[in-house]
Design a protein around this ligand. Structure first.
Ligand code: PHE
Length: 358
């Protein structure tokens, strides 16, 4: 046999071993096979005994080839024995009814979701059902989008309603999600239905109910013959669904330059049950939904004809709503590392995947 034939012989033995191994259904069968291949008279061992027949300069090579093959075959015997042992153990255990290794494993814990995110997902899901589009908008906004386009000119006292972070490049950190109203009108034109969740910023002194960073969800619906009843019905549906209880609403006039008429839609405080507490400023009511009919100037700025179209907008205070829903008394914990208020994403069903708008 020359070296070439030796290699072929080894390959042949190995493939025979592999075929017999899959058929070997017991430890004894594997050990019998082991003896026939690696034992004293075994087929691979026999190749080593023939080493003297090779020229001296080839003997090292022969030894190496055969020994490597032996190691591979030995490893395959061991693997098969381990397999058989595991199968035995499983059969034994399931006969005893103790453990079913065929059941799917327990899912690893997935972490948790911030309460604001949890409420955001719920609101998004509701509006997806109602055919709304999801828009984002940037956190750094132009002065025009944040104010002018919303009927708040530079000289207007309403600028003072929102303490604004001005950036050195002349832009602002958006003080509300309302600039997305203007962006959406420009982007889609009428009719349109959009919600825009996002982070907003105000230069506030931080206390139990004020933060410099908070979340809102803007809503905007523009169509023909839209009126306040549509808005109030939607508000009731939205708050009832998020709070998972019948909520009482209080509707008051409110002033925002970009709506006319403007409303404050409040819900009864769930922290104190309406008796009065610091969270509701002792009134029993919490302002969660400022809203109103879109001002004609805002429609015009968005290239929409106010004689043909009307609509409503709202700015849901997502942070405050999350506090109500989960009974969080102090807004400051929401931007802290306290994990006690987090919510299981498994229970929430995870975020929805929105279809990308054009
Ligand atoms: N953008 C307003 C605010 O943050 C809320 C609002 C939105 C009011 C839409 C009316 C309509 O104060």
């Amino acid at each position: 046999m020359d070296l070439h034939q030796l290699r072929e012989r080894i390959a042949q033995i190995e493939s025979e071993v592999a075929a017999s191994l899959t058929k070997a259904g017991s430890g004894d069968a594997v050990r019998g096979l082991d003896n026939r291949v690696l034992g004293k008279e075994g087929s691979l061992s026999a190749l080593i005994t023939s080493i003297k027949e090779y020229p001296p300069d080839q003997r090292g090579q022969v030894g190496k080839l055969v020994n490597e093959a032996k190691a591979r075959v030995k490893a395959s015997f061991e693997a098969r024995l381990a397999e058989l042992r595991a199968a035995d153990a499983q059969a034994e255990a399931s006969a005893a009814g103790a453990f079913d290794a065929t059941l799917p494993g327990v899912a690893a814990p997935m972490g948790a979701v911030h309460p604001v995110t949890a409420v955001q997902w719920e609101v998004e899901r509701l509006f997806e059902r109602l055919g709304f589009t999801l828009e984002a908008g940037p956190e750094m906004e132009s002065e025009y989008n944040n104010f002018e386009a919303l009927n708040i000119p530079a000289s207007h006292p309403a600028r003072d309603m929102q303490d604004t972070f001005w950036l050195t490049n002349g832009m602002v950190l958006r003080t509300h999600t309302s600039p997305v109203q203007h962006r959406s009108m420009k982007k889609f034109g009428p009719p349109l239905r959009v919600i825009a969740p996002g982070r907003c910023f105000r230069y506030e002194t931080i206390d139990a109910s004020h933060e410099n960073t908070f979340h809102q969800i803007e809503g905007l619906l523009i169509d023909r013959d839209i009126g306040l009843p549509h808005l109030i019905a939607l508000a009731k549906m939205l708050l009832t669904e998020v709070m998972q209880r019948e909520v009482e609403l209080r509707v008051r006039p409110g002033y925002f330059p970009f709506v006319e008429p403007g409303l404050e839609i409040d819900m009864n405080c769930r922290i104190c049950g309406g008796k009065g507490c610091p969270t509701c400023k002792n009134s029993g009511w919490v302002e969660v939904l400022p809203a109103g009919m879109v001002h004609p100037n805002v429609l015009r700025a968005g290239s929409i004809d106010p004689d043909e179209w009307s609509g409503f907008a709202f700015g849901l205070g997502l942070t405050r709503l999350a506090m109500m829903k989960y009974g969080i008394r102090d807004i400051r914990v929401l931007n802290s590392g306290d994990l006690r208020a987090t919510v299981s994403p498994v229970r929430l069903g995870g975020p929805i995947v929105w279809e990308k708008s054009a």
